[in-house]
Design a protein around this ligand. Structure first.
Ligand code: CTP
Ligand code: MG
Length: 357
């Protein structure tokens, strides 16, 4: 009875962990794709420097944080080191014109967006069978830092963290719940949900909280802050690997099963805020309550159905685009995934069912 049950459970977990690694590996970008992308970045940097000689073009998002899938978009950020510089919207307009003239990219400048960007895309070619899509923004230093934070978390426990995150990115895209423009959650939001779960829900934790670890030596306010935001985190990963070892030995499959269970059953969507910095917070304490008494068309309420705190911009709800319908869909998907895994099917069957389009 018990022994047999136990060994069946063991088999399921081992089998599913292996299947998850195999599944994720074949979705990683090829070396060729990464080379082409780096070449594109260098080319664009050279062109931008004809407008702003003191500028640098840096990668952020998935191409820079270790959570990149084949054919994922490229997020680029232009930093300008000179004192006198053009406004972001002027730069977007000028850069748009320049790229239109000088390159084969399809160019769409959005100078009046909340965050002005130039959108670029390139048609498929032998090196990039699916083409390339890329956004260039300006001076988004917080995004560069949160990319570095995510990358550090990925490096602490590459196998478990990257496998979980990459799987959830594919899963959420195939299940159509990864699109902030349609009321669901961005990839960035899902990554934060995974990290929150690994630091604050799993006991013992799989990851340390890098933002709460004391610095090795005192550092000035100026070195820890960007504007009003505290962007400090422990980033000496080599040292951390020598000194910190998680006592949590759960396999990837066990973590995935628990992740789906937690977000389908236990997370408090009505009152809770998932914060990788501070653990579970209350909507009340952040002024993010979705109080029904505020009337039907209350904007704040619509923006705070699902609350995921940005690690640095702590007054920013990363899940603010999630609508009532979007949240219903997301929670439905967490429940569906839990249900599929509870039946312990063969791993290949489980993965193909989970990611069915
Ligand atoms: N970002 C952010 N705030 C958000 C959304 C995104 O600061 N509300 C920044 C983060 O630095 C994030 C990057 O934009 O790493 C890219 O976000 P996103 O496209 O959601 O994540 P990717 O990891 O690039 O996923 P994908 O491969 O799906 O593009
Ligand atoms: Mg991206």
């Amino acid at each position: 009875g018990d022994r047999r049950h136990h060994s069946k459970q063991r088999f399921f977990v081992v089998d599913l962990s292996q299947a998850l690694f195999d599944f994720v590996i074949q979705l990683l970008p090829t070396a060729e794709e990464m080379t082409v992308k780096e070449d594109v970045r260098k080319l664009l940097e050279r062109l931008i420097r004809t407008i702003e000689p003191d500028s640098r073009l840096l990668s952020f998002g998935s191409t820079a944080n270790g959570f990149s899938l084949r054919n994922s978009d490229m997020d680029l950020c232009c930093l300008i080191d000179s004192e006198e510089r053009l406004s972001a919207s002027d730069l977007v307009t000028m850069l748009g014109d320049l790229l239109e003239r000088e390159t084969k990219f399809h160019v769409k400048p959005l100078p009046h967006a909340r965050i002005p960007i130039v959108k670029l895309s390139l048609d498929p070619s032998p090196g990039l069978p699916l083409g390339i899509a890329c956004d260039i923004g300006f001076e988004n230093r917080l995004a560069l830092e949160n990319t570095r934070l995510l990358m550090c978390y990925a490096m602490i426990d590459p196998t478990r963290v990257r496998t979980l995150v990459l799987f959830l990115k594919v899963w959420s895209k195939r299940r159509k719940i990864n699109s902030p423009y349609q009321g669901t959650l961005s990839s960035y939001g899902y990554v934060l949900l995974v990290i929150y779960f690994l630091i604050h829900v799993k006991n013992p934790p799989v990851l340390p909280n890098l933002q709460q670890m004391p610095p090795l030596r005192p550092i000035s306010q100026e070195d820890t802050h960007m504007g009003d935001y505290n962007t400090w985190f422990f980033d000496d990963i080599e040292l951390l690997r020598q000194r910190w070892q998680s006592s949590n030995t759960d396999s990837v499959a066990e973590l995935l099963v628990d992740f789906f269970r937690y977000y389908s059953r236990d997370f408090s969507y009505n009152n809770g805020v998932a914060s990788i910095r501070a653990g579970l917070l209350k909507k009340d304490s952040k002024g993010w309550q979705n109080d029904l008494s505020n009337g039907r068309y209350n904007d704040a309420r619509e923006r705070n159905r699902f609350c995921v705190e940005d690690p640095f911009e702590t007054d920013f709800n990363v899940a603010r685009c999630v609508t009532k319908e979007g949240l219903y869909k997301i929670r439905g998907e967490f429940m569906r995934a839990s249900r599929i895994l509870a039946l312990r099917p063969r791993a290949i069957v489980a993965l193909s069912q989970l990611c069915e389009e």
